[in-house]
Design a protein around this ligand. Structure first.
Ligand SMILES: NC(=O)c1ccc[n+]([C@@H]2O[C@H](COP(=O)([O-])OP(=O)(O)OC[C@H]3O[C@@H](n4cnc5c(N)ncnc54)[C@H](OP(=O)(O)O)[C@@H]3O)[C@@H](O)[C@H]2O)c1
Length: 356
């Protein structure tokens, strides 16, 4: 039997044709643009918390307009957001993994992010594959903060590094959301040595996450502090061409890896020519890796139930902390302040929006 959608949520929206900073967002009633019928695998979540990732800032600025599609259900509006925690209020006919009343967390499908069907809403529709039941011991704010950065760093560690056991690593951007995850997961998975960079204000925080050496990038040079350390991996959570060019100074002479989550120019708009340039650059870097130069890997993360469950388990075991920078109210001003904070690039933990 077809189930009807019964929800009247307000959501953060921008006009699909409008690009810019936080000023382009406002909170609107989005019930007119929702579907009437719930799909068989759909799950409606009454949102508790969501987080702000740099992706939302980049999408708002139009940096990836080339990859965008549709607009929230072709309405002309776009709802941002990827991470969620909340309570299931309705399920489609084929849903078996979660039930009404379950508290869940997760990151929505990448296609939903690029079509503007995001999580910055009082209620939102996702699919059961993207929902993980939240342990009762995990607070809802922590649950709403971690999915995207967990998926990203787990992908780097499991897929690109082949596991962290015994590895010697530099994390560039140790206080970033992805960097904080990486340090803790690597240490929990048996990394032999994890160094990390951050500015002075975040040194104590990054030390508390288990980094063996913390380098203040505003007064120290990691290429000097780590010279001759023969690292296995440089994991770059900040991006920038100089990190790639300098990584051979600290990596072991052959088979070292440079793994980045952000590209050479993190501010560049994604266009056909940029993508072609990136592909060409990657092929060139891979070619030289056969002659002893470091291997080059650009992380492409997407939701992964196994990876998220692993991170949730580490949190339950007391092996992983989720650091919160700030929590902002679900008001137009609150959401704009949250976006501005992340756009400033000097947060100390995750920036959250409390929805209910
Ligand atoms: N490829 C993918 O699938 C994927 C997935 C997720 C994210 N990303 C990208 O990865 C990047 C990181 O995302 P995130 O959420 O981790 O970022 P974030 O939490 O917003 O990063 C902010 C942090 O970066 C630190 N930082 C800024 N400049 C630095 C520098 N030069 N050296 C060291 N640390 C620096 C800041 O520390 P200080 O204040 O101490 O400077 C701050 O703590 C973004 O570009 C994002 O778009 C890619």
């Amino acid at each position: 039997m077809m189930k009807e959608v019964d929800m009247k949520p307000r959501a953060v929206v921008r006009d699909a044709a409008q690009y810019g900073g936080s000023e382009i967002f406002s909170i609107q009633d989005v019930s007119p643009i929702l579907p009437n019928i719930l799909g068989p695998n759909d799950v409606i979540v009454k949102m508790a918390f969501t987080s702000v990732n740099p992706a939302e800032v980049k999408i708002a600025h139009g940096a990836v307009r080339f990859l965008e599609s549709g607009g929230a259900r072709n309405s002309g509006w776009r709802i941002p957001g990827a991470d969620f925690s909340g309570t299931v209020t309705a399920i489609g006919a084929n849903v078996t993994k979660v039930a009404v009343g379950d508290e869940v967390l997760g990151e929505i499908a990448t296609s939903s992010i690029f079509s503007g069907n995001g999580t910055w809403a009082e209620e939102m529709i996702t699919q059961e594959d993207y929902c993980l039941k939240k342990p009762s011991t995990m607070p809802s704010d922590i649950a709403g903060a971690l999915a995207m950065v967990a998926h990203t760093s787990m992908t780097a560690i499991r897929y690109y590094m082949g596991g962290a056991g015994g590895q010697r690593v530099l994390v560039i951007g140790g206080s970033s959301g992805t960097g904080m995850m990486a340090i803790q997961i690597m240490k929990a998975h048996g990394a032999a040595f994890v160094a990390a960079t951050c500015s002075a204000k975040n040194v104590a925080l990054v030390q508390s996450l288990g980094a063996d050496l913390v380098i203040d990038y505003t007064t120290q040079d990691w290429t000097i502090e780590l010279r001759g350390k023969d690292l296995d991996v440089v994991y770059d959570c900040v991006g920038g061409r100089s990190h790639w060019y300098n990584c051979p100074k600290v990596l072991k002479p052959s088979w070292g890896k440079y793994i980045a989550v952000a590209p050479d120019d993190p501010d560049a708009d994604v266009s056909c020519s940029l993508l072609l340039g990136m592909v060409g650059g990657s092929i060139n870097r891979k070619f030289w890796s056969f002659f002893g130069h470091p291997g080059y890997y650009m992380v492409q993360s997407s939701p992964n139930a196994e990876y998220l469950a692993e991170v949730v388990r580490l949190h339950a075991d007391g092996k992983l902390k989720v650091v919160i920078d700030s929590v902002h109210p679900f008001t137009t001003e609150g959401v704009r302040a949250a976006l501005d904070k992340v756009a400033g690039r000097h947060t100390s933990g995750k920036v959250l929006i409390k929805i209910s």
